[in-house]
Design a protein around this ligand. Structure first.
Ligand SMILES: *Cc1c(COP(=O)(O)O)cnc(C)c1O
Length: 349
C-alpha cells in the first residue's frame, strides 16, 4: 500500500517557508472606478494599458470556468503552459537532488526544464504501441521522484494513453502526476480535469496555443487541487498574464462556435491527409492521431523532408526521437494548404 498523499512532503522546504511577494494590485482590488490609485507608481494618464494587469486574472478565470467547467479556485494561468510546467519544477524539485519521470518519445520541454533546474530526468520509453510502460515506470520511482509527466494526447505520436494506465499511475505514484492536455480539444476522450476531486496528486495542463488559435498571446492553464494551486500562486511572477492577453482571451472565448468549427474542419482535413498518406508508396506507417498533426514513418525522412523544403513546405522531422526512426510530423493546415501538400506528396519521386 502506498502511504497517504501529503503535499507538504513534496514541496521544497524553501517554498514551504516562502513569504510571497505582495504586489500593489494584490493588496487592493482593481476595477473600483471611484478609487484614486496612487499605490503602484504607474503613469496616471489613460492609455488603456497604463495600469498593471490583475495578478489573479479574476474576470478571465471566470470565463474559462464557464467554458471548461473547472472552478477558478482549481485554476492557475501561465504565460503559456511552458510557464506552468516551470513553476511545477521550481515548487517541487530540489536542484541536484530530486528527479522527474518522462516517457519518450514526448514533448521536449519536460527534459529541457529538468536540465535548467538541475533535476535528473528518468526516461522510461513508451511501449511499441505508444502506451506508458506502467511496471517499468514504477520501478524507476524512488522517494525523490517528484513529478511524472504524461502527455495525452501525446506529442509527437498523436496518441492517447489508456485510462487504465493513467489510473494505475495516478493511484500508485506518490508524487504529482501531470497530464499535459495541450491537444485535448482535438480528442474524443474526456479531459482528466473532471477527476480532480478523486486524485489529490493530479495536475492537468492545457493551452490556448493549439486548438484555440492563440499561440501568439501565450496562455496556459493549470488545473489542480486548491492546495497545489496555492503553492504555485505563491511563486508565480505577480503580473505573468499581461492585460492584452487577458482581454484577447475573454473576447476570443465569446467566439467559441467559430473555434469549434475550426476544430471540426482541422479534424476533417486530418482524415483526408491520413487517407492519402496510407496510399503513398514511400509511406511505411501512419499513426492514427487524436491531435491536429499526424506522425508518419517514411522510407527516408531526411530525403522527404528536404524534398518538401524544396517545395516551400516545412514539416517536422522527428527521426531523432526514440521509437520514431524515419518519421515526419505534419501539422494540419488550412484546406487550401492541405490540398497543396497532398498534391505535392503525390508527386514526390
Ligand atoms: C505545444 C505544446 C505545449 C506548449 O504550450 P504553450 O501553452 O504554447 O506553452 C505544451 N505541451 C505540449 C505537449 C505541446 O505540444
Amino acid at each position: 500500500m502506498k502511504t497517504p498523499f501529503n503535499l507538504k512532503n513534496l514541496i521544497r522546504p524553501n517554498i514551504l517557508e516562502l513569504k510571497p511577494y505582495s504586489s500593489a494590485r494584490d493588496e487592493f482590488n482593481q476595477g473600483q472606478e471611484t478609487m484614486m490609485f496612487l499605490d503602484a507608481n504607474e503613469n496616471p494618464f489613460d492609455t488603456g494599458l497604463n495600469r498593471y494587469p490583475d495578478p489573479q486574472q479574476r474576470i478571465l478565470k471566470k470565463e474559462i470556468e464557464k467554458h471548461k467547467g473547472v472552478s477558478e479556485n482549481n485554476m492557475l494561468l501561465g504565460n503559456g503552459s511552458d510557464e506552468v510546467l516551470d513553476l511545477l519544477f521550481r515548487a517541487f524539485c530540489r536542484p541536484g537532488k530530486d528527479n522527474i519521470i518522462t516517457l519518450p518519445p514526448t514533448y521536449g520541454m519536460y527534459g529541457v526544464l529538468a536540465a535548467i533546474n538541475d533535476i535528473e530526468n528518468r526516461k522510461v520509453l513508451l511501449t511499441k504501441d505508444f502506451q506508458p510502460d506502467v511496471p517499468s515506470i514504477l520501478q524507476q520511482v524512488d522517494a525523490k521522484s517528484k513529478l511524472l509527466f504524461l502527455c495525452s494526447p501525446n506529442n509527437p505520436t498523436g496518441t492517447v494513453f489508456s485510462e487504465t494506465a493513467i489510473t494505475q499511475l495516478v493511484t500508485s505514484f506518490n508524487g504529482l502526476v501531470i497530464i499535459d492536455e495541450a491537444y485535448i480539444d482535438f480528442s474524443e476522450t474526456e479531459s482528466w480535469s473532471k477527476k480532480l476531486n478523486q486524485y489529490p496528486n493530479l495536475v492537468i495542463t492545457q493551452t490556448l496555443s493549439k486548438a484555440y488559435g492563440l499561440a501568439g498571446i501565450r496562455l496556459g492553464i493549470c488545473y489542480a487541487s486548491e492546495e497545489i494551486i496555492t503553492v504555485l500562486n505563491s511563486i508565480k511572477p505577480p503580473y505573468n498574464i499581461n492585460t492584452l492577453t487577458q482581454e484577447k482571451v475573454i473576447s476570443q472565448l465569446q467566439n467559441i462556435k467559430k473555434i469549434k468549427t475550426e476544430i471540426n474542419l482541422i479534424t476533417k482535413e486530418k482524415n483526408t491527409l491520413l487517407k492519402v498518406l496510407v496510399e503513398l508508396n514511400f509511406v511505411i506507417k501512419v499513426i492514427p492521431s487524436e491531435t491536429n498533426f499526424i506522425l508518419c514513418e517514411v522510407d527516408n525522412a531526411n530525403k522527404r523532408y528536404d524534398q518538401l523544403i524544396e517545395e516551400g513546405i516545412v514539416v517536422r522531422n522527428r527521426s531523432k526521437e526514440p521509437l520514431c526512426n524515419n518519421t515526419l510530423r505534419f501539422t494540419i493546415g488550412t484546406p487550401e494548404e492541405n490540398k497543396r501538400l497532398i498534391a505535392i506528396l503525390k508527386n514526390l519521386k
